[in-house]
Structure formats: C-alpha cells, structure tokens
Ligand binder design. Structure first.
Ligand SMILES: *[C@@H]1O[C@H](CO)[C@@H](O)[C@H](O)[C@H]1NC(C)=O
Ligand SMILES: *[C@@H]1O[C@H](CO)[C@@H](O)[C@H](O)[C@H]1NC(C)=O
Ligand SMILES: *[C@@H]1O[C@H](CO)[C@@H](O)[C@H](O)[C@H]1NC(C)=O
Ligand SMILES: *[C@@H]1O[C@H](CO)[C@@H](O)[C@H](O)[C@H]1NC(C)=O
Ligand SMILES: *[C@@H]1O[C@H](CO)[C@@H](O)[C@H](O)[C@H]1NC(C)=O
Ligand SMILES: *[C@@H]1O[C@H](CO)[C@@H](O)[C@H](O)[C@H]1NC(C)=O
Ligand SMILES: *[C@@H]1O[C@H](CO)[C@@H](O)[C@H](O)[C@H]1NC(C)=O
Ligand SMILES: *[C@@H]1O[C@H](CO)[C@@H](O)[C@H](O)[C@H]1NC(C)=O
Ligand SMILES: *[C@@H]1O[C@H](CO)[C@@H](O)[C@H](O)[C@H]1NC(C)=O
Ligand SMILES: *[C@@H]1O[C@H](CO)[C@@H](O)[C@H](O)[C@H]1NC(C)=O
Length: 612
C-alpha cells in the first residue's frame, strides 16, 4: 500500500471532520480516521493511518515515514487484531481511550488506560510519537513511544525497571506480511552491568556487552555509528533506559528485521534508500556460540576455539562443530588445590587476551585497575577480570560465556590460569622453534669459525714449513713469543749500496749464506774489516714484499731470543737491504727473521715498496 496523496487525505479528513480549523495531525472524539485515511505530523515527517503489509490484505493502523520513497512502518496499533476489510475507524472512545473499531463498532484495539478521561485527543508528533493527552490540562495519558513495536526511533526509550520488572521492549514482526509479535524481543537486562539483549523465544540470542557511558563495549562499530547520541540512564526509581538522538533532519532508527537481527537504518537521501548495518554480523555474535570458556573469532575457521588453558569438554563433539558443551580447564588452579603435597607448584597467573568482547555475567566493583587485578588474584573464585575506564573493574566468578575476539575495539580480558597453562603449546612450539633456529645458527657460526681457524692454521703451517725449509734446522724449536716487545729500537745508519756491493764482492754467489722467499743473505767484509751479513730483499713483486711483511709478523713470534745486532739498512732505488753484525756462531735464521723487517720499516722509512 502506498502513501495517499495529500489531496485524497484532505478529502478523507473532510468527510469525517466538518469542524474546520482543526489541525490535521490530531484525532479527537469528533475527528476520527476512517480507512483509507491518514493524518500527517506537523513537520511532515510521519503519517498515521491504515495500511496493508506486503502480500497481505489485512488492514492495520500504523505510523510510517511520510517523506521518503520507501514505505517504512515504524509502529502498528492493532498488530494482533487486524481488520479483514476496510471498515476500520481510529477514534477516541467515550472513556478517553484511543481505539480501533471494526465495521460493527466493536473495539479491536485500545490504548487501554484505566482511568477514563472526559476530553482527550491524540496528536501525531513530528518525532513519530502518537501522544494521547487530556485536552484541558495537557497531561499525557498514553503515548506510542511507551509501547514500541519493532522499531526504536530517536528519543524513544527501551527500559526495564529493576523493582517492578516492567519492560519497554522491541518485539519483531512474525514476517514482513504479518506484524504480530514474532519470536524475537530486545530489551535491557539490568544486572550488575546493564546490557541490551536480543532474545529468541526467551533465550539469549545476542548481547551488546556492558555500557561504558558512551558505547556498548561489545559492539565494536558503535563508536562512529551513534556519534555520542546514545545514552543508557539509570533513574532514581530503578529504571534503566536506553535511547539515542539524532539531529540535522537525518533519518535514523533501529529496527528488527524478521530474522531477529536488529538493523540500524540510516536514510541516504541521494540513493533514496536505507543504509543498513546489523547487530549480528557473524556467527560469533550468536550468544554463547562457542560454549563456556570458548572464544569466537569470525576471522578464523572454525570460528570457535577454547580459551588458552582450556580444552573441549567433548572433543569429538567439538571437532564436529557442535560447540555447545564448551571447554573445561586443563590444569586445576593452584589456589583450588586442597592437597598441599604439591607444594612446589607455582602461583596462578593471568593470561591477557586483547580486543575481546567480555564474557557475560560480569560483576562490577569500584576498584581502580591495579586493585582490580589484585582483588581478583586474592580471591580464588575470581576466574577473570577486565578493566575499562568508563566502567571500572569487571570480574567473573562463573563460567566465561560469550567471549569473542574482535579485530578492532574491545577490551583486554585477563583470564586466571594455572602456572603451567600460562605457557601454551603454541608458545612452546614458538620457543622450541626459536631455540632450534638459534642453535642451528650458533652451530653454523661455530663451524664457520672453526673452519676459518683451521684454514688459517693450515696456511700458517704451510708458511712455517716454507720458512723451515730455509731455517736449516733450528727455527722449529719452541720459542718465547714476546721478542717483539723486547727489541730495542735504535736509529740505524744508512749504508750506501756501493759500499755493500764491494763488501760482498758484488753479492757474489760465493758469499751467499742462504736464500728465502724474500731474498738472499750474503756475507761481507767492510773496508774497516768488520764482518757483516747483508740481507737483500728480493726485487720481485710488491705483493711478495707485502706478503713477506705479514709473514715477518707471524714469524717474529717464533724467533730466537738473542737476535743478532742490526747495524743499519740501505735504501737505494729498488734495493732494500738490512745489514747485521756477522756472528759465525749464530744460526742463519737469526739473520733472516724477526724484527728486522719492523726495524727496516721504522728506521728506513719504508712502509710499502711503492713508497720508494
Ligand atoms: C505546526 O507547528 C508550527 C511550529 O512548528 C506551529 O506554528 C503551527 O501552529 C503548527 N500547526 C498546527 C496545525 O498545529
Ligand atoms: C518533508 O517534506 C516537507 C515538504 O516537502 C518538508 O517541508 C519537510 O521538511 C520534510 N521533512 C522531513 C523530515 O524530511
Ligand atoms: C510476496 O509474495 C510474492 C509471491 O508469493 C513473493 O515472491 C514475495 O517474496 C513476497 N514478498 C514478501 C516480502 O514476502
Ligand atoms: C473477517 O471476515 C469474516 C468473513 O470473511 C467475518 O466473519 C469476520 O467477522 C471478519 N473479522 C473481522 C475482525 O472483521
Ligand atoms: C487491554 O487490557 C486488556 C485487559 O487488561 C487486555 O486483555 C488487552 O490485551 C489490552 N490491550 C492492549 C492493546 O494492550
Ligand atoms: C471538553 O473540552 C471542550 C473544549 O475543548 C469543553 O467545552 C468541554 O467542556 C470539555 N468537556 C469536559 C467534560 O471537560
Ligand atoms: C549536524 O549539524 C552540526 C551542526 O549543527 C554539524 O556540525 C554536523 O556536521 C551535522 N551532521 C551531519 C551528519 O550533517
Ligand atoms: C550438540 O551437543 C549437545 C550436547 O551434547 C546436544 O544436546 C545437541 O543435540 C548437539 N547438537 C547437534 C546439532 O548435534
Ligand atoms: C594428595 O596428593 C597425593 C599425591 O600427590 C595423593 O596420594 C593424595 O591422595 C592426595 N590427597 C587428596 C586429599 O587429594
Ligand atoms: C570472593 O569472591 C566471591 C564472589 O565474588 C565473594 O562472594 C567472596 O566474598 C569473595 N571472598 C573474599 C575473601 O573476598
């Protein structure tokens, strides 16, 4: 059924109310609405009138949005008692009640106020509220906002009184074509921490999580949806009520769909349709889907897992995907053990689970965060706690039911576990893996170092061997290693090449004492008669020289303690020579090795052959 045009509406109204000048948003005893008439609220936001749901010929009195292109009913009067023809009338009865009459003038529906009022009228407000009030005093005696159907409009309340148990709640339609009360209801459950619940045939179906003065912490998307417009209030008479506001002419409401899901509908003026988001977004939102001590994560397959430290109560059932039996604790808590024989066992601890929908049945206390933990730790019946600045300290003593892991928002939940369960198999796996990796890497490094050491050692041995070839027997003896520091460095005179050439008879072969990888040693006699040994470094490649220098350092550590005296050096052109005092009793290695090379560098200012 579509909206009536304004002209039709006026026509209908004029048929019933000849009294001119009366507002078209009001019903009185003298101005009723007869099917198919309707009235419009003053700001044209809502209409009240007769309608038929899709695929139905039954007639109902309802309120719907008047300005939008999608027919959206927000309230129904006679939802349980439809008219089966178009003979219905909405009017004010003699006792002041708002009533729906059928063709036989029998009351199908009534506002049901008991104290009769002589003069009353019902006005459709621009908020969508139908208000019955006493004309003379203006006292409100009944309003549709107090009797919601499946829709919560801005400024409408659902509430529960903890003393009387009176509830103002939403109830679903049976089907899109039948507005009578369906299987779902939504209301406030005012336990320790009030929450909104959806019930299916009276069993919990979904819960919002506790209110933290701004949002329900079990609805991760609520932050930006309501933009501070929502409130949960506890008045002095023990009534907890939830409502929200919305400004700027935007259209927003919460309503049941017939699957029992609550839709938040926001009118998109451009698309000319409702933008819908759902309270239940995944199987994880079904109350207690994973059973006691289970945790639901919609990102996982399967979505249910036991909390750390717990295991399925019935593994076979659990693996089949029937999670109703939930999980049980793996290791008894230390604080629960009566048997003190296991004295060595360690204290229980808390496992932190972040971004959680906290379990149901939280107890509340005024403690601050640190005390919250402490008081839970001290009381063995406390099996978990959580802290939220807007709520305070929450703790649990029963089973943990309806916990969920979010991918954003949520709070940190601390679950008490026996010490041995704080480290999970997963963690153990991690630890083992890390240990294996570190071990492997260490072994590899050690192997590499060892290999290098062996390689070096071999190289050194090879060089030693080379040198030994030249040593003629004595250098292999073990020798002290600190010669280097004991050598007295002195300024050495420079010898000229010709003098040395003549002293050695032009380095005659007959004067040659020996030969090494770095050069030859000659015996000579200076003009003053002093006998000398001349070590003439070979003129081969620069590399040879450098190699020699390196070797010299190594060899120096193996050198004989009593070095022969170094008389001087000679640097001319490419020639580099060291001149020693000749001592016939010394073995040749004394002339050949040791610190002379260092001395040569220091005294003769030759660092590298290319400097020359
Ligand atoms: C409609 O509301 C306006 C103010 O918003 C008021 O001036 C006017 O009298 C109202 N009309 C009727 C018929 O009540
Ligand atoms: C509904 O339409 C009327 C007239 O077109 C307009 O004045 C009024 O502001 C509209 N109300 C809403 C809630 O959009
Ligand atoms: C209305 O009835 C038609 C035909 O039986 C069906 O295809 C359609 O889904 C129904 N609409 C609703 C909302 O139930
Ligand atoms: C509905 O229609 C039947 C006849 O088809 C009639 O007997 C009955 O009284 C009507 N019920 C109502 C509530 O009008
Ligand atoms: C009105 O009250 C009567 C008796 O108290 C009850 O049977 C009936 O369902 C009520 N009707 C409505 C619409 O609340
Ligand atoms: C009802 O209201 C009208 C005017 O609005 C008044 O004349 C009449 O006396 C009232 N009746 C009662 C019983 O108060
Ligand atoms: C609502 O109005 C306020 C100012 O009154 C403005 O800051 C805000 O952006 C508006 N919100 C929307 C959704 O239009
Ligand atoms: C799941 O397990 C519970 C408890 O054992 C049982 O009562 C229920 O029938 C099972 N549900 C299904 C669908 O198998
Ligand atoms: C305590 O533990 C010991 C061994 O751990 C066991 O033999 C004994 O039966 C236990 N006593 C109780 C009361 O559980
Ligand atoms: C421990 O917690 C339980 C349940 O909250 C409470 O009844 C009991 O008094 C507490 N015990 C102590 C020693 O605080």
């Amino acid at each position: 059924m579509r909206l009536l045009s304004k002209r039709n509406l006026l026509f209908v109204l004029c048929c019933f109310c000849l009294n001119l000048g009366v507002a078209i948003d009001t019903i009185t005893s003298s101005q009723s609405i007869k099917d198919p008439g309707s009235i419009v609220s003053n700001g044209s936001a809502f209409k009240l009138g007769f309608f038929s749901p899709v695929n139905s010929t039954n007639r109902y009195i309802g309120i719907w949005y008047s300005n939008i292109s999608v027919f959206t009913v927000v309230w129904v009067a006679n939802r349980e008692t439809p008219l089966n023809d178009s003979s219905g009338v909405l009017t004010i009865s003699e006792d002041g009640n708002l009533v729906v009459l059928d063709g036989k003038k029998e009351i199908l529906w009534s506002s049901n106020i008991t104290n009769s009022v002589a003069n009353s009228s019902a006005q459709l407000m621009d908020s969508g509220n139908l208000v019955l009030q006493e004309k003379t005093t203006g006292t409100i005696i009944w309003e549709s906002f107090q009797h919601p159907c499946d829709t919560l409009l801005p400024n409408m309340k659902i509430s529960t009184n903890i003393r009387t148990g009176n509830k103002v709640q939403l109830t679903s339609w049976q089907s899109p074509s039948n507005p009578s009360i369906g299987s779902f209801s939504a209301n406030i459950q005012p336990l320790n921490l009030p929450q909104v619940f959806i019930w299916k045939y009276g069993s919990p179906y979904w819960r919002s999580g506790p209110w933290n003065k701004q949002v329900f912490i079990g609805i991760p998307t609520m932050d930006y949806q309501f933009q501070d417009g929502a409130s949960l209030i506890n008045d002095q008479e023990g009534t907890f009520s939830f409502s929200f506001t919305y400004v700027n002419g935007s259209l927003l409401h919460l309503a049941f769909n017939t699957h029992g899901n609550i839709e938040e509908r926001f009118w998109d003026y451009e698309k000319e349709d409702w933008e819908v988001s759902l309270a239940l977004q995944s199987g994880c939102d079904l109350y207690g889907n994973c059973g006691a001590f289970g945790s639901c994560n919609s990102q996982n397959t399967p979505i249910c897992s036991c909390l750390q430290g717990f295991e399925p109560k019935n593994t076979e059932e659990w693996n089949r995907g029937n999670w109703t039996s939930g999980c049980v604790r793996r290791t008894q808590l230390q604080c629960e053990r009566v048997n003190t024989s296991s004295e060595g066992s360690k204290m229980d601890g808390f496992l932190k689970l972040n971004m959680m929908k906290v379990p149901d049945f939280a107890d509340w206390s005024h403690y601050l965060e640190a005390d919250c933990r402490q008081q839970c730790l001290e009381n063995c019946s406390c099996i978990a706690y959580a802290y939220d600045t807007g709520i305070g300290c929450m703790s649990w003593t029963r089973s943990l039911i309806d916990a969920q892991k979010f991918s954003s928002a949520g709070v940190d939940l601390y679950v008490r576990l026996a010490y041995s369960d704080l480290v999970t198999k997963k963690d153990m796996k991690k630890i083992v893996t890390i240990t294996v990796i570190i071990g492997t890497v260490s072994i590899l490094i050690c192997t590499y170092l060892l290999w290098r050491w062996i390689a070096k050692h071999k190289a050194r041995k090879k060089k030693d061997k080379e040198i030994l070839l030249f040593n003629r027997g004595e250098a292999h003896k073990t020798l002290p290693s600190d010669n280097l520091n004991q050598v007295k460095v002195q300024e050495l005179p420079l010898f000229n090449f010709e003098k040395l050439a003549s002293a050695t008879n032009n380095f005659h072969l007959s004067n040659k004492l020996g030969q090494g990888g770095f050069g030859s040693v000659y015996k000579g006699k200076l003009s003053d008669g002093q006998e000398i040994a001349v070590k003439r470094l070979s003129r081969t490649s620069a590399q040879g020289f450098e190699e020699f220098m390196n070797e010299a350092v190594v060899i120096s550590k193996l050198q004989h303690r009593n070095l022969v005296r170094l008389l001087g050096c000679c640097v001319e052109g490419e020639e580099r020579m060291l001149i020693y005092e000749y001592m016939p009793n010394k073995s040749l290695d004394a002339f050949l090795f040791g610190m002379e090379i260092v001395e040569f560098r220091q005294h003769c200012s030759i660092n590298r052959p290319d400097d020359i």
